[in-house]
Design a protein around this ligand. Structure first.
Ligand SMILES: [Zn+2]
Length: 232
């Protein structure tokens, strides 16, 4: 993967005792991963930077759903490491809870915290209006989920430049709908790296959670990638 880029998919950040293990990473593990990626020659970048065709060997740290625990525990680590991140906002639940998680619903960041993150150089991206499975929706419904979030973000003075598919769910029309709304970059949950051949509207990502440390991340970027044959 010499010149490939990688998009890492995170959700929660916090102490296990408080946040639990599900989709969570300990704050210091995040710090160690950032340093590990830099030692391996990656430049920590925003997801929207993938659209620059000259960019190679980027590591994009993406945080789905904008959990409050990410604001409390993840952002301070990122800021202290001068590592920018891309945060995916569900416009209909800002300041609410991740009700799509069912029994595991957790608080989501409010407007003020999102403004503050953006002011510190983090990217805010579109994660739809209500976090539904786009692959199960009609083209019109998908467009509405995307446009509602897009318009809401623009009303805040933000122009989202990358899009994250809830659950990675998509069907044959999704990439075109994303493109029609002006997004060059869309993120899925399929595992893989980003190369010159990748369709950037359906980018693969490497999921990081459940207390993956540096060893876990290294395994996913090397041995597991080899076993699974991650490619374009
Ligand atoms: Zn999500």
């Amino acid at each position: 993967m010499r010149d490939a880029s990688v998009v890492l998919c995170y959700h929660k950040v916090g102490p296990q005792a408080e946040v639990g293990r599900w989709l969570n990473l300990e704050p210091e593990a995040l710090r160690r991963q950032i340093r590990f990626l830099r030692r391996r020659g990656f430049r920590i970048a925003l997801a929207r930077d993938l659209a620059d065709s000259r960019a190679t060997r980027l590591a994009c740290l993406t945080f789905d759903d904008a959990y409050q625990c990410f604001v409390d525990y993840g952002l301070p680590i990122l800021d202290s490491e001068a590592a920018p991140s891309s945060i995916y906002v569900v416009s209909g639940e800002v300041g609410g809870a991740s009700n799509w998680d069912g029994d595991r619903a957790a608080p989501l960041a409010g407007l003020e915290a999102l403004h503050a993150a953006r002011a510190r150089g983090h990217e805010l991206g579109n994660h739809t209006a209500t976090h539904r499975f786009l692959g199960q929706l009609s083209e019109e419904e998908q467009a509405q989920e995307i446009a509602t979030c897009h318009d809401w973000m623009q009303a805040q003075g933000w122009t989202p430049e990358s899009f994250c598919l809830p659950y990675g769910s998509h069907n044959e029309v999704t990439a075109a709908v994303i493109a029609r709304h002006g997004y060059a970059v869309g993120l899925t949950t399929r595992a893989g790296f980003i190369t010159a051949q990748t369709d950037l509207r359906l980018c693969p990502r490497i999921g990081v959670s459940y207390s993956d440390g540096v060893a876990g991340l290294w395994y996913k970027l090397t041995i597991k990638a080899w076993i699974k044959g991650y490619r374009v």
